[in-house]
Design a protein around this ligand. Structure first.
Ligand code: THU
Length: 135
């Protein structure tokens, strides 16, 4: 895992980060008041965003990371290379276990965790989900 600042990141990482920050603006989080934005990049370089969407029936809430991945896969994309997730946290936000499992399903190998201050942590899937479940 590598810690770095947004200014020091590659242009590809910066682009994905800014897409995640922009999509976070659409977060529907009236219960937790914790807005999350995510963005995934396809092998062809296309970017899909997602944000967390909550529900009065709390168990139906869905995370930003999964919504970004599902937007891409629902649009027919299967080759996903990188994902960035951001929230307004003091350190880069860390994805929940369910989202890690979904990242694993689509083999997303570069995962960028961030916060609104521009602190980043660049991880691999193995960093986040060692010995994960697979069929
Ligand atoms: N949340 C995410 O969007 N991603 C995560 O990895 C963890 C949590 C959302 C779910 C819920 O809407 C809010 O953050 C508080 O848990």
């Amino acid at each position: 895992m590598q810690d770095l600042r947004i200014e020091a990141a590659s242009l590809a990482v910066q682009e994905l980060y800014h897409a995640a920050v922009a999509t976070r603006e659409n977060s529907y989080s009236p219960y937790s008041h914790f807005a999350v934005g995510a963005a995934v990049r396809t092998a062809a370089g296309k970017i899909y965003g997602g944000c967390n969407i909550e529900n009065a029936s709390y168990g139906l809430c869905c995370c930003g990371e999964r919504n970004a991945i599902f937007a891409a896969v629902g649009a027919g994309e299967r080759q996903l290379t990188a994902l960035c997730v951001v929230a307004d946290t003091s350190a880069p936000v860390s994805p929940c276990g369910a989202c890690r499992q979904v990242m694993s399903e689509f083999n997303i190998n570069e995962i960028i965790l961030g916060n609104l201050k521009g602190d980043l942590k660049i991880c691999t899937l193995a960093d986040l989900l060692p010995y994960g479940f697979a069929l």
